[in-house]
Write a protein that binds this ligand. Structure first.
Ligand code: SF4
Length: 228
């Protein structure tokens, strides 16, 4: 692994919120295949990273015994070509690894899971099939489905998340996602994260005009509401 490579935009040194029941740091990778309009990390998505792997390892060495886990987020961490080697080295240092992913790299996710290089995954389910291209500006819905199906079949520990901007996704859209998850046999946690208006976003989204009524949602799952 070339330690001078700079794939990282930022490091959050400490969080109790992101990795369930773990004290962790967050490593924010630059680059993403998607272009979600509400994305509040436009510079991470569009610009090159500025932190090297060498700097990351130096930081992680100083956190041994203080943190339990490392969250690889972004951007899209699975785009990093040497993600497997990186996860292995992080685990060899004694940390657990969580990956936040948009699900568009099923082969990488499968390989990480099969090799035991990841402990928990947050999978973003950005939109139902009909709106997937509009929201993400990709045609990756089948890839997301492949990732989802694999994680369910392998009974891997993961959560599914959707960000809700009420002008982009309504209650019917979320019910459609819930139906899809149900039809795949998903029984884990589904988290709905309400869009918080911050500037700038990738698509210069505005404050939502529409109301989102959580009472209209199917209660097949226990939904965790974040920021509602
Ligand atoms: S919100 Fe969308 S564009 Fe932004 S990092 Fe996540 S997947 Fe990529």
């Amino acid at each position: 692994m070339n330690l001078q490579t700079k794939p990282i935009s930022e490091i959050t040194r400490f969080t109790t919120l992101d990795f369930p029941d773990r004290l962790s740091c967050i490593v924010w990778f630059s680059g993403c295949q998607m272009r979600c309009p509400y994305c509040y990390n436009p510079q991470m998505v569009l610009e090159d990273g500025k932190i090297s792997l060498e700097e990351l390892f130096k930081f992680l060495n100083s956190r041994k015994g203080k943190l339990d886990g490392v969250v690889l987020s972004g951007g899209e961490s699975t785009l990093f070509p040497q993600i497997e080697l990186l996860c292995k080295e992080i685990k060899d240092m004694g940390f657990e690894v969580k990956i936040d992913t948009n699900g568009l790299m099923p082969q990488r996710v499968k390989s990480l899971v099969k090799k035991g290089l990841v402990d928990f995954i947050s999978l973003d389910f950005k939109a139902p099939k009909e709106k997937f291209n509009i929201i993400t500006k990709t045609n990756g819905y089948e890839k997301l489905q492949e990732t989802l199906a694999f994680l369910i079949e392998n009974e891997f520990k993961f959560e599914v998340r959707t960000t809700v901007h009420p002008d982009l996704l309504n209650e019917d859209d979320i019910n459609q996602i819930i139906s899809t998850l149900h039809s795949f046999g998903y029984k884990g946690r589904y988290a709905l994260q309400k869009y918080l208006h911050v500037i700038p976003t990738l698509g210069e989204t505005k404050e939502p005009k529409n109301h989102f009524d959580i009472k209209k949602l199917n209660n097949i799952f226990d939904i965790e509401f974040r920021n509602f």
